[in-house]
Design a protein around this ligand. Sequence first.
Ligand SMILES: C[S@@+](CC[C@H](N)C(=O)[O-])C[C@H]1O[C@@H](n2cnc3c(N)ncnc32)[C@H](O)[C@@H]1O
Length: 303
Amino acid sequence: MFPYIGGKAHHVGWLDPLFPNTFDTFVEVFGGAGWVSVKSDKVKRATTRIYNDFNPLLANVYECFRTNPAAVLAKMNATPKSDLALYRQYQRELFGVLDWSTVTLGDVDLAVKYLYLQTQVFAGTPLSLTNVPYFTETKAGGKYPSKYDTLKKKLAHDKITVRLTDITCVEQLDCIDLIKKYDSEDTFFYVDPPYYKMEFYYSKDFPREKHLELADTLANIKGKFALSYYDFDDLKLFYPESKFNWHRQNVYRSAATRSSNTANYKTKSKGTEILIMNYSNPIIVPKTRMRVQEKVNPIFIFN
Ligand SMILES: C[S@@+](CC[C@H](N)C(=O)[O-])C[C@H]1O[C@@H](n2cnc3c(N)ncnc32)[C@H](O)[C@@H]1O
């Protein structure tokens, strides 16, 4: 729904056909900006939809989106964009003063402060007490619209707010507890953990042991899962190809995770995403579709 490091905004098109054709309960285990919950057609058909993120600021945003998107929009409309003093004030409040353990989900003021920051940094880079704003509409000769305005437009759109209010429940649990809580034969988990050796982007530590614990947990569930990763040496150990179904997809990396050297833009930005599933592919992805997916418009760098 908004720019976020590791966000799957541009991936749902190839992910969705690889999801199981039917499931009763959908669980987005590492919700982040919630792109799969909001964009996937198959998720739309589920009876129960769960969004989860361990980060209380994100879980709070989604609880507000779910329960009262109109209130979020009204508050955003009343908050002027691209105001450096306001940016700094919210940054200090959320990353200096606020005790995150006291956050009660459904706090619209807090959600808007978070969104104010997250939509006005470069390409959804991680927020901190020190990161600098990137007011898009003042860069590149005003070529790109403000992401803050883009989010407001989305929240004014019925098709999108229905997807948000259709979320059954927002959780703020550790991934392992969440998977155990919702596991059943009719559950489908979409699992998009902090990528290996890139965990520092997020608020919670996700060391090697946690990746292993996740693999152990997923190997023993009753439900289905699809797990996103970039490849790394241990991945085949965690999820042997003899036991799980691997799909490889060529993609462009998001701007925040690659070099900003524009001369090397194309070569530097390509990568392969892996989707690991514990079920058979519901379809074979046609080659033409993969090529279309690879031709990502350069505007992608600001999403
Ligand atoms: C790669 S991002 C997910 C991006 C998301 N798929 C999207 O489209 O925006 C990983 C998310 O996992 C969350 N996270 C980190 N450790 C977690 C844990 N132990 N349990 C649940 N969520 C966790 C982070 O806060 C972060 O938002």
